[in-house]
Design a protein around this ligand. Structure first.
Ligand code: NAI
Length: 252
């Protein structure tokens, strides 16, 4: 499905890899001007370079969502360069250690919450005013199926993603009438470097796939297509929603 983003300006955190990178590609190919904000500077530059060489308009800015000043600078750079901010996809995230709740160390817990939850709040804190001053916009926060149901051995991750869903709903109630449409996307297991880490650590793919009603993991491009729809006018009446793109996991 194609959408015409007609020169809309998009900022994608975590856009150098996985779901974020796949969404950058679709947005750029469908006419948006895109800024990639990521800690992986080389990968972000490489993706921006490749898409620009294909005729798209893509820039990369280094940004660690744990750093409020860096987030503010990324939003400011986007508006300075392209004149406005219409779309934000907040995909920067980490998985954290695989341990049971009582085994988690506080520093590991804090790190996951800092990136996955407070990082999204820092982004909203600067993206929302930029959108308000441009007359409105659309924000998609990438949560997870672990933002809707429990995820054993990932307590910090599940808590952070449930937090993203709550933050999304709250911000949606606050800014809907002001023209900022905000939703959460909750993917299931998706082939990206993050999940590759779980597979490399010894989790057989067949075991992960067996937990999914459709019997397989998602491709990043499938999740990106859903993200794109959430960013597009095609989903104009969806607001404050947490949309599971999970192969049926939450149907159980
Ligand atoms: P990934 O590891 O391929 O991509 C994550 C990106 O976030 C990387 O480019 C990384 O450099 C960036 N990042 C990490 N920490 C950052 C920070 N402090 N500041 C800025 N950028 C940072 O992983 P994937 O799978 O594409 O994940 C994207 C989002 O989707 C994450 O929020 C993840 O929690 C979520 N998700 C992923 C699922 C999966 O199965 N792969 C399932 C459900 C949700």
């Amino acid at each position: 499905m194609t959408h015409d983003f007609g020169g809309a300006v998009a900022l994608v955190t975590g856009g150098a890899s996985g779901i974020g990178a796949a969404t950058v590609e679709l947005l750029a190919r469908q006419g948006a001007r895109v800024v990639i904000a990521d800690v992986q500077r080389e990968a972000a530059d490489a993706l921006a370079g490749r898409l620009s060489s294909e005729g798209a308009t893509v820039r990369a800015v280094p940004c660690d969502v744990r750093d409020e000043a860096a987030v503010e600078a990324a939003v400011r750079a986007t508006v300075a360069h392209f004149g406005r901010l219409d779309i934000a996809l907040n995909a920067a995230g980490i998985g954290g250690k695989e341990l049971r709740t009582a085994e988690y160390a506080e520093a590991d817990w804090a790190r996951v919450l800092d990136v996955n939850l407070t990082g999204v709040w820092r982004c909203l804190r600067h993206q929302i005013p930029a959108m308000l001053s441009g007359g409105g916009g659309v924000i998609v926060n990438v949560a997870s199926v672990a933002g809707l149901i429990g995820f054993p051995r990932h307590p910090a991750y599940a808590a952070s993603k449930h937090g993203v869903v709550g933050l999304t709903r709250t911000a949606a109630l606050e800014y809907g009438k002001k023209g900022v449409r905000i939703n959460a996307l909750c993917p299931g297991f998706t082939h990206t470097p993050m999940v590759q880490g779980m597979l490399d650590a010894g989790m057989p793919e067949a075991e992960l796939a067996a937990r999914v009603p459709v019997g397989r993991l998602a491709q990043a491009s499938e999740i990106a297509a859903t993200a794109l729809w959430l960013c597009s006018p095609a989903s104009s009446y969806l607001h404050g929603h947490a949309l599971a793109a999970d192969g049926g996991i939450t149907a159980a």
